[in-house]
Design a protein around this ligand. Structure first.
Ligand SMILES: CC(C)(COP(=O)(O)OP(=O)(O)OC[C@H]1O[C@@H](n2cnc3c(N)ncnc32)[C@H](O)[C@@H]1OP(=O)(O)O)[C@@H](O)C(=O)NCCC(=O)NCCS
Length: 158
């Protein structure tokens, strides 16, 4: 499928930081701004292993972004390097117009160019929209995780 001519996908650049940060904050509202900035700096410094793209409209508005990483394992793909969808977001007014699909298509092309045979992703249980959109993009469910934690008693040091 060809990307619609009114959607331009390009690598994120330093001058996108303010708008990119606003979109990141909408996707991950619990993440402190300082951590967002650190992560964005890491991404800009390692385009090979942490590429990120933005979708831009003809008038230069940023419509969404996609951040990807290289992981050495993904459920369903086993222990090998894979591309991994880390953050995928389209601003509400631009949704359901093919922007998200265009971003994914770009990332998958990047992964194929890197020689990867799989792209992994995850979402949280209950994110029905994300689940449906992954399915629409032909991502198959391969498992569900339950996370546990136990707070440990710290002995007083003598
Ligand atoms: C997920 C998200 C990035 C999709 O972006 P988008 O631009 O709306 O996606 P597209 O318009 O390219 O749609 C891609 C496919 O998903 C389907 N889809 C999109 N929104 C959908 C919805 N709410 N319910 C069901 N299917 C949906 C589309 O029909 C399309 O499939 P098709 O081409 O076969 O018709 C966007 O909804 C978003 O930012 N959501 C909030 C953040 C989020 O949940 N991110 C993913 C977390 S892992």
């Amino acid at each position: 499928m060809k990307t619609k001519p009114n959607i331009k996908i390009r690598p994120v650049k330093k001058t996108d930081i303010i708008k990119w940060l606003a979109m990141r904050r909408a996707l991950w509202p619990d993440c402190p701004p300082k951590k967002h900035r650190e992560e964005m700096a890491e991404i800009l410094a390692d385009r090979r292993n942490e590429p990120a793209w933005v979708a831009e409209s003809l008038s230069g508005e940023l419509m969404g972004f996609l951040e990807v990483s290289v992981r050495n394992y993904a459920d369903g793909a086993g222990r090998q390097n894979v591309g991994y969808l880390e953050g995928w977001f389209v601003r509400p007014k631009y949704r359901k117009q093919g922007v998200g699909r265009a971003l994914i298509k770009t990332a998958e092309e990047w992964a194929v160019d890197r020689g990867f045979t799989h792209m992994g992703s995850d979402t949280w249980v209950g994110n029905t929209r994300s689940y449906k959109v992954h399915q629409a993009m032909r991502y198959k469910e391969v498992g569900r995780d339950v996370h546990f934690v136990k707070k440990l008693k710290i002995k007083n040091k003598r």
